[in-house]
Design a protein around this ligand. Structure first.
Ligand code: HSE
Length: 444
């Protein structure tokens, strides 16, 4: 039996601000899968207006019968909309636009993690006061429905930790560095030439983009406000390919991980290059792919994998939000899934722990004189600091060289312990350069 036709007059009227890569993806997926999406939503989803600074893009939209505006604020004024999609990015004009939309009680769908990580508390509070919803599945890990999983699928659990590869650019760079033995700078230049990395890659390579995303996941995992300013952020620009090779020899891969974890004293919230045992699934996520591991007290470990960027994967998440809004149009905003998963009045302001209070395993690389007693001195400092060694090797000294690298992995300890031990180790006269320290995540 053929499906009942959709009532066209009940269409969800959408205004799309920003006709870039993702905007184009939204248009083409909505048009290609219109019938099936409509059957799921119960009503058609129609882009009735667009806004973009590019006049050629506006003309093209107009030729398809869609109202087009240069200024998205003007689109809000003039077009009759049920939902605004914000795909402009950044926190300048995009912030004004989203606040203006929710101020009118209009629902918003956005992929803008920077905006929500930095201004989310203000935006969600205003939306809640005005009875509007701001949906943002596309803001974290592109096409992976990780926000749906945290806010809905896993609600029975006390979330213990979330850890993810949530920046494709850096994962691509790290994969290439390991496979080809190239330096960070060499791979970045190649990635930019091929168009995989932005002309200004700072947010990606310095871990800021991943920090925006893990901040949002942290708020949803633990029922607290968005705390980007308290996230500890280290990127990959200073990572030496030597350490990738040494980690490989120890059976580990290095990935840029966003990590947030519940501890008795508070919440860990951090982004940094991390050693992961090569036998873990997440260690084998290569290229620009994303993956997130969520651990809950009831469900145990769950893993989500997919494309974290790109026109259609991101459009997939944007459209999922549109369908949610279409389905819940008659539901008061206060009865919809709360922005951060917990009801606003039941959020708990947990402490975000300073980085020296976190607990982790550590990888240490020490450049030392190749002479007797060096190892004994180093291991004594670690033993005095109550730090237990998990694995160790020493690179064979090259012929005639009087220096070598000592590589150590420690068992879990407090970061303050390792920092204090490294201070003493650095002062040994046989230790010839500043030690390299990386954190280890065993996923056990
Ligand atoms: N720049 C991001 C990345 C994609 O490289 O993963 C959008 O979040």
């Amino acid at each position: 039996m053929a499906a009942k036709p959709l009532n066209q007059s009940a269409a969800l009227r959408v205004g799309l601000a920003g006709l870039g890569t993702v905007g184009g993806g939204v248009m083409s997926v909505l048009s290609r899968n219109a019938e099936e999406i409509g059957r799921r939503a119960g009503r058609p989803i129609q882009i009735v207006a667009v806004a973009d600074l590019d006049s050629a893009k506006r003309k093209e939209a107009q030729s398809n019968g869609v109202a087009a505006f240069e200024n998205a604020l003007e689109m809000l004024e003039k077009a009759e909309l049920d939902v605004l999609i914000e795909l402009i990015g950044g926190y300048g004009f995009a912030k004004d636009l989203v606040l203006a939309a929710v101020g009118r009680g209009l629902n918003v769908v956005t992929a803008n993690k920077a905006l929500l990580a930095v201004h989310g508390n203000e935006i969600f509070a205003k939306a809640e006061a005005k009875g509007a919803t701001v949906a943002f599945e596309a803001a974290v890990a592109g096409g992976i429905p990780i926000i749906k999983a945290l806010r809905e699928g896993l609600v029975a659990n006390q979330i213990l930790s979330v850890a993810g590869i949530i920046n494709g650019t850096t994962n691509f760079i790290l994969s290439e560095m390991r496979e080809k033995g190239l330096s960070f700078a060499e791979v970045l230049a190649e990635a930019q030439r091929l168009g995989y990395a932005e002309a200004d890659p700072t947010f990606d390579v310095e871990g800021v983009d991943a920090a925006h995303k893990i901040t949002l996941l942290s708020a949803m995992a633990f029922g607290m406000s968005v705390r980007f300013e308290q996230a500890h952020i280290e990127g990959i620009s200073r990572l030496d390919s030597q350490d990738i090779a040494y980690a490989d020899r120890l059976g580990y891969r290095i990935k840029l991980l966003g990590i947030t974890r519940r501890r008795p004293q508070g919440i860990e919230l951090r982004v940094h290059p991390t050693l992961i045992p090569a036998k873990r699934l997440i260690a084998n996520v290569e290229g620009a792919m994303n993956a997130v591991v969520v651990r809950g007290d009831a469900v145990g470990e769950t893993l989500y994998y997919g494309k974290g960027a790109g026109a259609e994967p991101t459009a997939s998440a944007v459209i999922a939000d549109l369908v949610d809004l279409a389905r819940s149009a008659d539901v008061p905003a206060s009865s919809r899934v709360p922005h951060l998963g917990f009801q606003p009045k039941h959020r708990e302001e947990l402490q975000v722990l300073p980085i020296d209070s976190i607990e982790s395993g550590y990888y240490l690389r020490l450049r030392v004189s190749d002479e007797s007693g060096v190892l004994a001195d180093i291991t004594k400092v670690l033993a005095d600091s109550k730090i237990s060694i998990d694995a160790f090797f020493q690179r064979e000294a090259d012929d005639g060289q009087k220096q070598t690298d000592v590589i150590l992995l420690t068992h879990t300890c407090k970061e303050s312990q390792i920092l204090s031990a490294l201070k003493t180790i650095s002062s040994l006269k046989t230790v010839l350069a500043a030690p390299v320290m990386l954190r280890v995540e065993s996923f056990e």
